[in-house]
Every structure is written in C-alpha cells, then in structure tokens.
Ligand binder design. Structure first.
Ligand code: HEM
Length: 216
C-alpha cells in the first residue's frame, strides 16, 4: 500500500477527458440491457433461482482527486425486474473508479436494503477481465448493513468478476456470501448477466463544458 508524505498537493494538470483515462473501465460506459440474468437468492425453504432483465446506465463523471490521488470514474445505476413482476427485483447504484497510477479499481455499491460496500481489485489498463472484492469487518474495503441484516442475513463477503467480450458486450458474475440466521452453512447469493449496449455514454460534464466553450 502506498504511503503519502504530502497529502494535499493535487496532480496538475489533470486531463478532463474521463473516457480517455478509464483503463479497463472504459468498456463499461454506456447504457446496457441484459435479459438473461440469473439469480440465486435466500428464501425460507431454500435457494430460489430466478431469471431477470437488467437495464444499467453507466456514465462518465469528472476526474476526482483525494490530494495526490487521482481517480477517473463512472456513475452507475442498475434496475432489475423479474418476469411477471411489476415491483423492482433489485436496484443498485454507485461508482466504478480507476486510479491510473496504480491500477486500482473500486466499486461502490449501495442497495436499498440498507447495505453499502466498497469493493476493490487491481488490473492493467488493457485488461479484459478483472475482479473486485469486499469483506465485512474491513475498514478499507468493507461491507456495512442494517442491524436486521447483521442479525438475519449477515453479509460476509462480496466478489464480482467482470469479463469484456470481443464483440463489445460484457458480463459479470458476483457472489455475495451471507450467513443466514439458523443455517449451518454460508449461503452463496449468486448473480450473473450478459449486457449489450443500447446507447453510447455522454461525455463527462467538464469535457462537455470544455467542448462547448471551444465551439464558441
Ligand atoms: C443482480 C443482482 C442481485 C439481484 C437480482 C438480487 C436479488 C435478490 C432477491 C430476489 C433477494 C430475496 C429478497 C427477499 O426475499 O426479500 C435478495 C436477497 C438479498 N440480497 Fe440480493 N440481489 C442482487 C445482488 C445483491 C448484492 C450485490 C448484495 C450485497 C452485496 C445483495 C444482498 C442481499 C441480501 C443481504 C439479501 C437478504 C435480505 C433478505 O432476504 O431480506 N444482493 N437479493
């Protein structure tokens, strides 16, 4: 882990073009649809297997600095429905972040069960697959849940593997491992999907303003 003596001086200059500095995350920008999602979730009488349809919007944000640390990133929101159900099946929002200097990838995730996580991994800028992970109890890349979830569905770890395919589509497979109250073994809540692009991403706000200014 890098240590920093000067924690205030920011990198200068900073390139305003997020898409040009996103490393492997550039493949995730855009609006995506996948209708062959697969879910295994915990139910009282055992694991429930469901298929789902997912629409995910992933848009570039402006570069972000923590003192000397520089991140480029994407803001995402995914909305999932199960066939024949009007109510949302799963909703999730957060950021994908990339630190070009170190190859650090982070995923923040928030779901409206009262649960948040910060997962991380490392990859090369030209990688076409990468993994991010979070563990309950870690103060850096951890998981926080409501009191109810801590008691009933204690979520111990999260791991997501992303694969970029040569045709421009991408897929993910994620395991959320939880200890369900009264069960002897951990439960693996597993989700996967394959997403195809239905719209291109918008330029990040700073780049958009820079381009508008240049155009007069
Ligand atoms: C495509 C992604 C996902 C889908 C479709 C999905 C769907 C579901 C469904 C249908 C349930 C059962 C709900 C119920 O019976 O009330 C469930 C439970 C749960 N999920 Fe997910 N989930 C996904 C991802 C995640 C992720 C990423 C996390 C956390 C990192 C998570 C955490 C939980 C927890 C803690 C429960 C148990 C809570 C409960 O049943 O009351 N899920 N999920």
């Amino acid at each position: 882990m890098a240590t920093y003596d000067d924690i205030y001086t920011e990198p200068d200059p900073v390139d305003p073009d997020t898409m040009a500095n996103l490393g492997p995350l550039r493949h995730l920008a855009g609006v995506w649809l996948g209708n062959k999602g697969a879910d295994i979730n915990p139910k009282a009488d055992g694991p429930e297997h469901r298929v789902f349809t997912e629409r995910m919007e992933v848009q570039p944000i402006d570069p972000q600095t923590n003192g000397p640390q520089l991140f480029y990133g994407l803001r995402y929101h995914t909305h999932i429905n199960a066939p024949d159900e009007e109510n949302t099946f799963h909703d999730q929002t957060g950021y994908w972040l990339w630190e070009p200097a170190t190859g650090l990838i982070m995923l923040t995730l928030a779901i409206p069960r009262g649960q948040v996580a910060l997962a991380h991994g490392h990859a090369a800028a030209d990688a076409t697959s990468f993994v991010v992970e979070a563990k309950r109890g870690a103060t850096n890349y951890g998981i926080c849940s409501t009191d109810f979830l801590e008691q009933a569905f204690r979520t111990d770890s999260f791991r997501m593997e992303v694969t970029i395919h040569p045709d421009g589509t991408w897929s993910y497979s994620e395991d959320t491992v939880m200890q369900v109250q009264g069960k002897p073994e951990p439960f693996i809540h597993r989700d996967s999907n394959h997403l195809r692009k239905i719209a291109e991403p918008q330029p990040n706000p700073w780049l958009k303003r820079t381009q508008a200014k240049a155009a007069g």
